[in-house]
Design a protein around this ligand. Structure first.
Ligand SMILES: [Zn+2]
Length: 238
């Protein structure tokens, strides 16, 4: 299956939190989108890998993505090496996306910056024909995505561009809240983590609102790029 956009996240819920509204907006215009999670988030303070598998499937359904896969790398300990790069290359060559979106370039959780560089490196390597991979006993051909974008997570990284996601915030929040084991729940008996606070849940909306405010729209999600943003015309920008 060929996809327009492939979004990677170190943990299930990274993609929803980082760019859920943008994906929902692209899907609404007919784009084919997939999500690949690198780990099952098994080190998360709350819930379990099994619970998060189910939550991730529910969130994917809410967003309307065409496919979601999990590479089952080791949460907290995966590294950017040949073995891990090859697994990501297989996904890129399988889905042939024009655009890859991945973790924030730097963040509080060490897996985010690590996952970001790992996916970015694999996007480049995937275009080298002498790197041989096969999937389901079929030899794959090289594929390099045209663009690699990084969403923004815990830290307030300055975006290189923002997407107007007005009208798609509710869908994002619904997808994020599918991970009910992870977020604020006053009745939960599990330990509190930074993302399980009321403030964090509220920040999903107020951070998008603040980014939107700066470009005169209701809500926006920000991204960083790896090369200059090129437009066809000055009037392309809103
Ligand atoms: Zn994460």
């Amino acid at each position: 299956m060929k996809l327009d956009i492939l979004a990677f996240g170190a943990h299930p819920d990274d993609v929803e939190l980082g760019c859920g509204a943008t994906l929902a907006k692209e899907i609404s215009t007919g784009k084919k989108i997939g999500i690949v999670d690198l780990t099952r988030g098994e080190l998360g303070t709350r819930g379990s890998a099994e619970i998060r598998d189910k939550e991730a499937a529910k969130a994917a359904e809410i967003l309307g993505v065409s496919v979601r896969e999990n590479l089952r790398f080791k949460d907290g300990f995966f590294v950017n090496d040949e073995k891990h790069q090859l697994e990501i290359i297989k996904m890129i060559r399988k889905y042939k996306p024009e655009i890859v979106i991945c973790n924030a370039i730097d963040d509080r959780h060490i897996d985010h910056g690590k996952g970001s560089k790992l996916v970015s490196d694999a996007c480049f390597l995937s275009g080298l024909r002498r790197i041989e991979t096969s999937l389901d006993e079929k030899v794959q051909t090289e594929w390099r995505p045209k663009l690699v974008y990084h969403y923004i997570q815990w830290k307030n990284i300055e975006p290189d561009f923002v997407v107007d996601v007005s009208g798609f915030m509710q869908k994002k929040i619904d997808a994020v809240m599918a991970y009910s084991s992870q977020f604020y729940d006053p009745n939960s008996k599990e330990p509190v983590s930074p993302i399980a606070t009321k403030n964090f849940t509220e920040s999903i909306e107020y951070r998008a609102k603040d980014l939107g405010r700066l470009v005169f729209v209701d809500y926006a999600e920000g991204f960083t790029v790896e090369r200059y943003v090129a437009v066809n015309s000055l009037t392309d920008l809103k």
